[in-house]
Design a protein around this ligand. Sequence first.
Ligand SMILES: Nc1ncnc2c1ncn2[C@@H]1O[C@H](COP(=O)(O)OP(=O)(O)OP(=O)(O)O)[C@@H](O)[C@H]1O
Ligand SMILES: [Mg+2]
Length: 332
Amino acid sequence: MSSTPLDPIKEEPVRDQALDAALRPTIWDEYEGQGHVKANVKVVLDAAKKRGDMPEHLLFYGPPGVGKTTLAHLVALTLEAPIRSTSGVAIERAGDLAAILTNLEPGSILFIDEIHQLGSKVEELLYPALESGTLDIVLGKGPSARTVELPLPRFTLVGATTRVSHISGPLRSRFGGGVYQLDFYSDEDLRSIIKRSLRVLNLSASDAVVEKIASRSRATPRVANALLKRVRDYAEVHEKDITPEVCDLACQMFGIDELGLTKDDKRYLETLATGFKGGPAGIRALASALHEDPDTLENVYEPYLLRLGYIERSPRGRMLTDKGEAYLANAS
Ligand SMILES: Nc1ncnc2c1ncn2[C@@H]1O[C@H](COP(=O)(O)OP(=O)(O)OP(=O)(O)O)[C@@H](O)[C@H]1O
Ligand SMILES: [Mg+2]
């Protein structure tokens, strides 16, 4: 089954990677939106700095591309702490985690992306590390087995996930610094992000262009930046300035409509409408009809369709709403 992102603008050419690093905010003032989260996290960090201590562990969750990794880096920058980044899938065995923890520089941030993917054995080893800063090593087997507590360097875990419901209760409760939800962005915040990106990329464009890109960005900063870069590419290739017309032409070429929806979003809605008579459709059946895996549906297609109110998730499955039906009627 394909696990490729559905959206053509999410497929980043290699040359964009250096630019992406430049577009990632490195100071709080450049981190737009999420005011509530920012204010709370800053208090936790400031208080820790005043005490001359590391902050308690933090968890960020929300849909892809809304700034979780960026925030983790901002935390490290604020504390002037080294950051060690890894992910839930990369830490396969308890031994992998033990190696990471014992090798941390004291006072580090350990960033674990997609932390919901940690296996249960790894999670168990993580608990005492988070709680008492120790690694519990079991020596021997059977009745003579005993546990030795190895002290670890001081560290703060910053976890990120797109699937907070998959985080176990015991793990969740160990994020004493807070569990923070990052939400979709307003058009106004997206416009500020696009304007900053234009400056970083040394480009100029009118407010009308910024407006157009913002409204097609699926309320997501990563999509806003990716779309801006694709529009820039289109303008470069056609030796044109970035005008609203060029924006429209580029979006047409990439199959992105006025709302930022792609052919794949439409295929999802159409399959739900015709293949499942508007639902309820079970996620697995829907994924199989679309030749996608259920995770991609849940993480890539659905968050924005839910936000638009085009679909609903019920205990019996996915349902197409009247709004979703109206969209399809206009789109075809
Ligand atoms: N609040 C923000 N202000 C400005 N730019 C942002 C903000 N949040 C994200 N971005 C931009 O969007 C890009 C993607 O953000 P980031 O990688 O932090 O998202 P994420 O939530 O970690 O996504 P994923 O779930 O896919 O890992 C960043 O590189 C940055 O350029
Ligand atoms: Mg990330």
